[in-house]
Design a protein around this ligand. Structure first.
Ligand SMILES: *[C@@H]1O[C@H](CO)[C@@H](O)[C@H](O)[C@H]1NC(C)=O
Ligand SMILES: *[C@@H]1O[C@H](CO)[C@@H](O)[C@H](O)[C@H]1NC(C)=O
Ligand SMILES: *[C@@H]1O[C@H](CO)[C@@H](O)[C@H](O)[C@H]1NC(C)=O
Ligand SMILES: *[C@@H]1O[C@H](CO)[C@@H](O)[C@H](O)[C@H]1NC(C)=O
Ligand SMILES: *[C@@H]1O[C@H](CO)[C@@H](O)[C@H](O)[C@H]1NC(C)=O
Ligand SMILES: [Zn+2]
Length: 524
């Protein structure tokens, strides 16, 4: 009733569903001309060397999720929403990324992470290994490991960091440092005995062994770092959050012991301790804020747990101290979880929070020397439609009823998932439930306990040095090749001889062609 009144009042005041200025053709022409002037400025390419690389990965952040999050962001600021610009919308370059895994048309987060971090497409369920590795088969791993842009950056002397809202040993971050035939081998407790016998190591252990001096690691996953049955520091009465490790190791101590003695290494497990750090004096930071994944942003306790934006701010301030620059991977990891649960509101608030972190990162860095890439690993079968009016709540109803079952429907729907429900043999009448609730599960066409990923391309937004190389429809594994080229890390650095102007990567082959021609001419 209140909402209805508000809509009526708004309509009375504005006289329409949209701002009066939008009735003027001049408004749209001016807006487009300004966009055009901005686009013309792009003729001068940014070919600087990228000192820093920041990669934002929205897990499951398909294009429909980006659009819906944009509308939500605007509506949270009491706008209609459609006209709002996300931080990622301001990036000058956008490409599409083909997300399939070598063995899957609709991919998972492990094979895709291997593609956009290591530059090699891989099988579903595997991280940091090529497609020669069979999922679950430890003994196919050896010799088939592939390394990531995080490792290449570290080897080039940059500081490196991982920030995620999932556990730090989850699929996305793990492809940055681990090589595993199974993404679920979080600790040795989750591994089959034969995999351990064959010499495979759990992902938590690899986090501290493979690239021992990662400067910043923040996220969840505490329980995988402590011996089996160790009580969790925050949830002392919850058995499910006790330590899991069968090898009896406390990986927090292993982490600390490996740090150079003249450097300061801080482990924190709550927001207060994180915020109390003097970042000028922190060389290494390990922050594990939950036993498994972090809370959804909507459910977060802002006293005990940092937001993704807060973690990104801390990470950049630590990493920025390195004069050689940094590589930072930031994952909005629970967009995916919201969708799997059919809880679109959770997924979209996670997306808005990641966008806020993108804005903050932009303010802490400059496009002159920082390449920022925002993308997703894969999409979801999430959609919104139904001819909703301008400014309709993104969580609202379509302005019509089904002409078949005569019931209303929400704009947001899933192709499959847990929101499928029959009441008296028919579709539920959504007007009888609170479809704006944070945990409302939108209706789906097919019942599934977990809604699935979607197979269409995802967007890649880029700004900064060499961002223009992300310009078309690309295979997902192309992305780290661009980031590495821009930053002069990894194997392809012929264009990076110190002091040489950029672009010699093109000029040198041309020169040598001319030289060969000249030699040929001389011979004849
Ligand atoms: C690899 O291990 C699997 C069991 O995980 C076994 O069935 C297979 O024979 C092994 N292959 C080789 C070449 O050792
Ligand atoms: C686990 O810890 C609890 C409480 O500290 C203790 O009572 C129990 O015996 C332990 N179980 C195992 C298997 O070690
Ligand atoms: C934490 O949440 C409370 C209640 O929503 C709010 O009043 C407070 O400002 C928040 N504090 C911080 C530090 O964000
Ligand atoms: C970025 O580079 C441009 C052109 O070289 C320069 O005018 C500008 O001041 C630089 N901005 C920053 C923040 O360094
Ligand atoms: C759906 O529920 C609303 C609210 O209770 C009710 O007004 C409407 O008649 C119902 N529609 C159908 C088709 O049952
Ligand atoms: Zn998923």
């Amino acid at each position: 009733m209140k909402a209805l009144l508000l809509v009526l009042l708004t309509e009375l005041c504005l006289g329409s569903l949209f701002p009066e200025k939008e009735k003027s053709p001049q408004y749209w022409r001016d807006q487009a001309q300004q966009t055009l002037r901005n686009a013309l400025k792009l003729q001068k390419l940014n070919t600087n060397v990228a000192k820093n690389i920041i990669m934002f990965l929205g897990d499951g952040m398909g294009i429909s999720t980006v659009t819906a999050a944009r509308i939500l962001k605007g509506q949270l600021q009491h706008m209609q929403g459609e006209e709002t610009m996300l931080e990622m919308d301001r990036f000058p370059y956008v490409a599409l990324s083909k997300t399939y895994n070598t063995d899957a048309q609709v991919p998972d987060s492990a094979g895709t992470a291997t593609a956009y971090l290591c530059g090699v497409k891989a099988n579903e369920g595997t991280v940091g290994v090529s497609a020669a590795v069979t999922r679950d088969q430890c003994n196919t791993t050896a010799g088939n490991e592939v390394t990531s842009i995080l490792k290449w950056s570290k080897e080039a002397g940059k500081s490196v960091g991982i920030v995620t809202t999932t556990r730090v040993n989850h699929a996305t971050p793990s492809a940055a440092y681990a090589h595993s035939a199974n993404r679920d081998w979080y600790s040795d407790n989750e591994m089959p005995p034969e995999a351990i016998q064959q010499g495979c190591k759990d992902i938590a252990q690899q986090l501290f062994e493979n690239i021992p001096n990662i400067e910043v690691i923040m996220g969840g996953g505490r329980k995988y770092m402590f011996p089996k049955n160790t009580t969790d520091v925050e949830y002392q009465t919850e058995d499910k959050y006790r330590g899991t490790r069968l090898d009896g190791k406390t990986l927090i101590s292993v982490w600390k012991e490996k740090k150079p003695k003249d450097k300061s290494a801080h482990y924190v497990w709550n927001r207060q301790d994180l915020m109390a750090l003097n970042l000028d004096k922190v060389d290494f930071l390990l922050g594990l804020f939950e036993p498994v994944d972090l809370m959804y942003e909507l459910d977060r306790n802002n006293q005990t747990d940092p937001s993704l934006t807060e973690m990104v701010e801390v990470a950049i301030k630590i990493l920025q101290k390195n004069p050689k620059g940094f590589f930072l991977l930031v994952e909005g990891g629970r967009i995916d979880h919201g969708h799997h649960e059919g809880k679109a509101k959770q997924a979209l608030h996670e997306t808005v929070e990641m966008d806020r972190a993108i804005g903050l990162a932009g303010r802490l860095t400059t496009e002159n020397n920082t390449l920022t890439v925002v993308t997703a690993d894969h999409s979801h079968v999430f959609t919104f439609g139904g001819y909703t009016q301008r400014g309709n709540s993104i969580f609202g109803l379509a302005p019509m009823q089904s002409d078949v079952d005569k019931k209303p429907f929400t704009s947001i729907l899933y192709g499959n998932g847990p929101g499928y429900k029959l009441i008296g043999g028919g579709r539920e009448n959504v007007s009888t439930v609170d479809f704006a609730d944070a945990n409302y599960q939108a209706q789906s066409a097919v019942p599934l306990r977990q809604e699935t990923h979607g197979g269409e391309d995802v967007a890649v937004f880029a700004k900064g040095p060499m961002a223009h190389l992300l310009h078309g429809v690309h295979e997902q594994n192309y992305i780290p090749h661009v980031m590495a080229y821009a930053a002069c890390v990894g194997p392809n650095t012929n264009h990076c001889r110190s002091g040489a102007p950029r672009g010699t990567g093109v000029a040198l082959p041309l020169l040598s062609t001319f030289a060969s021609l000249f030699i040929l001419l001389c011979l004849f």
